[in-house]
Write a new protein. Structure first.
Length: 327
C-alpha cells in the first residue's frame, strides 16, 4: 500500500510514524525541514523557536511515546518564570497547572526524532493530485510528476487542503468548516542578558500576546533571543501590511511593556504565520474518504494545540491500519 503524505508537520509525521508497519510511506514537504509550525529559525548566531512555544501532553498516545528511550532525549519540561503583562499595569506571576514540554536542543528536535528514517522529499510543494486509473498521480509546482500512490493523506492546514483536494474529496465541506487565524512572530536578537524579572509572559491589552526569552528553555545555548508573538486578532487586522511596518509597530508595543534601556537589540527578524491558530476545529479526529482513498489530518481537526495535531495523525493511522488490514 503506497501512501503519499503531504506535509511533514507534527500531524503528518505522527501519521507516517505510526503507519510504517502497514504502508509504504512517502512524505512531501514544501520547506527544507520537518516540523511545520513546531519550528526553529537560525539567524546569524541566534536561534528562535518562533512557532509553537511548548506543547502539552494529555493524550495517552503522546505520553507513552515521550517515555520511549528514542524520544526522551528530544523533549524536556520547560518551567519558565511566567507572568502576565499589560502596558502601564502591575505584573502578575502566573502558574501552569500541567507540564509544558519543549523539544531539546530546539523545538524541531521532537519532529526530527519522529521523522527518523522516513522517506521525505523536501522543498517539494505538491500542487496537483489527479487520477491515473486506480492510482493518484501527484505533481509539484513545475508540473513534475512525483509518483503514483494508492492513498493520499493531507497533513496541511485546512485552507491548503481545500485548495489541493477540492471537490475530489467527499469531505470537502467539513474542511471548509475549520477556521484558522494568523500570527506575526518577531525574533529579537539580543547582545546582553536583558534585565527582566520574568522569562515568559502572557500579554494583555496590546498587539502582543506572548513573549519569551528563548534561552530560558532547557539546553538552549547563548546568544540570547526574545520571541514576541502578536495577538491573532491584531495579525488578522494587519495581515497584508509591509513587514517593516509590522516590525516597527510590534517594537513600539514591546517598548510599552519593557523599558527599552533594558534590551540591547542587535537585530530583528519577522515571520508571518498565515495559518497559525485554529479558531474553529471540526470536532473529528480526521477526515477520510474511503471510496476515493483520500484523507486529511491536522490540528484543525481537534483543536489548536500541537498535541491535537499529533493525536489526529495517530488516529488516522490506527483507523487505516485496521481498515487496510481487513479489506
Ligand atoms: C506562532 C504559533 C504559536 C503556537 N504556539 C503553540 C503553543 O504554544 N502550544 C501548542 O500546543 N501549539 C502552538 N501552536 C500550534 C501548533 O504549532 C500546531 O497546532 C501544530 O504544529 C500543527 O501541526 P500540523 O501538522 O497540523 O500542521 P503544520 O505544522 O502547519 O504542518 C503542515 C506542513 O505542511 C507543509 N505544507 C503545506 N502545504 C504543502 C504542500 N502543498 N506541499 C507540501 N507540503 C506542504 C508545511 O510546510 C508544513 O510543514 C502555535 C502555532 C504558531 C504558528
Amino acid at each position: 500500500m503506497r501512501i503519499a503524505v503531504i506535509g511533514a508537520g507534527l500531524s503528518g509525521l505522527s501519521f507516517a510514524h505510526a503507519s510504517r508497519p502497514f504502508a509504504d510511506i512517502q512524505l512531501f514537504e514544501k520547506s527544507r525541514g520537518v516540523g511545520g509550525r513546531l519550528a526553529t529559525r537560525r539567524a546569524a548566531d541566534h536561534e528562535f523557536d518562533h512557532g509553537a512555544q511548548f506543547f502539552t501532553c494529555r493524550a495517552k498516545s503522546l505520553e507513552s511515546l515521550l517515555k520511549d528511550d528514542d524520544f526522551q532525549s528530544a523533549v524536556s519540561e520547560w518551567q519558565p518564570k511566567l507572568v502576565t503583562l499589560a502596558p502601564d499595569s502591575e505584573t502578575f506571576k502566573r502558574t501552569w497547572f500541567e507540564p509544558h514540554y519543549v523539544g531539546v536542543p530546539s523545538m524541531t528536535a521532537f519532529p526530527k526524532r519522529l521523522a527518523g528514517d522516513l522517506a521525505i522529499s523536501y522543498s517539494t510543494q505538491v500542487q496537483e493530485i489527479s487520477r491515473c486509473g486506480q492510482d493518484w498521480q501527484l505533481k509539484d509546482k513545475s508540473g513534475a510528476e512525483l509518483g503514483m500512490f494508492d492513498w493520499v493523506v493531507s497533513a496541511m492546514p485546512a485552507p491548503q487542503v481545500g485548495m489541493l483536494f477540492g471537490t475530489k474529496f467527499s469531505e470537502h465541506r467539513s474542511v471548509t468548516e475549520a477556521q484558522l487565524s494568523p500570527c506575526f512572530a518577531l525574533m529579537v536578537a539580543l547582545r546582553d542578558r536583558p534585565r527582566l524579572n520574568f522569562e515568559a509572559a502572557v500579554v494583555r491589552q496590546s498587539p502582543i500576546s506572548w513573549l519569551a526569552i528563548n534561552n530560558s528553555k532547557p539546553s538552549r545555548s547563548e546568544p540570547l533571543g526574545l520571541v514576541v508573538h502578536s495577538s491573532n486578532a491584531w495579525a488578522t487586522a494587519h495581515i497584508d501590511e509591509e513587514p517593516t511596518v509590522i516590525e516597527s509597530q510590534l517594537l513600539d508595543a514591546l517598548h510599552q511593556l519593557i523599558d527599552p534601556d533594558s534590551l540591547s537589540i542587535q537585530e530583528i527578524h519577522l515571520q508571518r504565520w498565515r495559518y497559525a491558530k485554529v479558531e474553529k476545529a471540526i470536532g473529528k479526529a480526521f477526515l477520510v474518504d474511503e471510496k476515493n482513498r483520500l484523507a486529511a489530518v491536522g490540528d484543525w481537526c481537534l483543536g489548536n494545540r500541537a498535541e491535537d495535531a499529533f493525536v489526529s495523525g495517530r488516529a488516522l493511522a490506527e483507523h487505516l491500519g485496521i481498515t487496510l488490514n481487513t479489506s
